[in-house]
Design a protein around this ligand. Structure first.
Ligand code: E4P
Length: 364
């Protein structure tokens, strides 16, 4: 049976064509707190999320598929994949809108100082005004996340504090407290340093959601777990896959190792796979059932071009670097007992600081 998508896709068509889709769409309905069990409600919700564009029109834009059935299957895969929440790694709300239109839904977004420095408006202002004041930079950051915030789902928008190796917990906390007021779905990103973990510990006590960034080792992830134990708000830890690959290690192993280590814990920290550079890495994170993955626009575009491919049972990840071995670590220890030093954390902080400073008119 062939038919025109834009006019003829209706809820009844979904269930008639692929009954499994009915339950998947219902699951989406549950996730979005839609009480009406009929298919029309979740489809309407999806359309609202797409800015009023009919969900069927989005299906038409999926490249590389020709028949109605394969397009339905692609969409079904998009639903299935939602075990791993998908976040956009970016700093520009127009990009968020574009990617959301392309893939249908975005659970959240992560930002960082380098991404904010690349924002077109920030670049224009920096060029025109020879740099921003610290307050202007904060205001621009706030405007960007306020534009992104309503476009994404419950995984929220991560906002990163400015920090260097010697930045104190109090200095980070001051920024974090202010940033947390910017949007209702903020997560504050603190680096995986002593100061960052102290700030995170204090933040979760006062109800501030956190995302611990620049995580490059299992010991750092264990420290995040121990420092935030008892948190009543969500806590993310972000292992950086691509940057470990850059130094010849198999970055995805770290995600696997942290998942394995946390399996013995109380589940209060969710693993957010970050620094994803290609589709293979993304698929592997899906297969590991990482709770979340933050992905740059080009990789999400590649995923769409590949029909929202999912890792099958025969999926094999081609490792390029040295394996990262699993360590037996006990999570029930004071966080200070873990060795949280990592060269890439230091380098990452320095790069974020340099990109942030490059937007300013004065040296700080
Ligand atoms: C995570 O939150 C970071 O913003 C991001 O994933 C860094 O990725 P990169 O290593 O490609 O800069």
């Amino acid at each position: 049976m062939r038919f025109s998508f834009a006019r003829e896709i209706r809820p009844s068509t979904f269930s008639q064509f692929d009954p499994e889709l009915t339950s998947l769409v219902s699951k989406a309905a549950e996730r979005y707190n839609i009480t009406q069990p009929a298919l029309t409600a979740p489809i309407k919700a999806l359309e609202n999320e797409l800015g009023g564009e009919p969900a069927s029109t989005r299906l038409l834009r999926i490249e590389g598929t020709s028949s109605a059935h394969s397009q339905l299957l692609c969409w079904r895969n998009t639903m299935t994949i939602r075990t791993t929440k998908i976040l956009l790694d970016g700093g520009d709300a127009s990009e968020t809108e574009r990617i959301k239109r392309l893939i249908g839904l975005l659970d959240g977004q992560t930002t960082n100082p380098s991404l904010i420095a690349k924002n077109p408006e920030v670049k224009k202002m920096v060029a025109a005004e020879h740099g921003l004041s610290i307050r202007e930079q904060m205001d621009e950051y706030r405007k960007i996340v306020q534009a992104v915030s309503p476009l994404v789902g419950d995984a929220g928008v991560s906002i990163e504090v400015f920090a260097e190796e010697d930045t104190t917990a109090d200095e980070m906390l001051d920024q974090g407290r202010e940033m947390f007021t910017w949007i209702p779905n903020a997560f504050i990103k603190y680096p995986c340093t002593r100061g960052g973990l102290l700030a995170a510990q204090e933040s979760v006590r006062s109800g501030i959601r956190v995302n611990i960034t620049l995580c490059f080792s299992q010991a750092q992830a264990a420290a995040v777990y121990a420092a935030t134990k008892g948190a009543k708000v969500p806590v993310y830890v972000s292992p950086f896959v691509g940057r470990l690959d850059d130094i010849g290690e198999n970055g995805v192993d770290l995600v696997a190792n942290i998942k394995r280590m946390y399996a013995g814990g109380d589940g209060h920290v969710a693993v957010l796979a970050a620094s994803i550079r290609n589709l293979q890495q993304l698929l592997y994170c899906f297969s590991l059932e990482a709770e979340l993955a933050t992905v740059p626009a080009n990789v999400l575009e590649d995923w769409a071009r590949n029909g929202f491919a999912m890792p099958g049972s025969d999926f094999k990840y081609t490792a390029t670097g040295k394996p990262i071995l699993y360590q037996e670590l006990t999570l029930d220890q004071p966080w200070q007992s873990f060795d949280i030093q990592h060269e890439l954390t230091r380098k990452g902080l320095a790069k974020f600081a340099a990109d942030y400073r490059a937007t300013l008119s004065q040296t700080v």
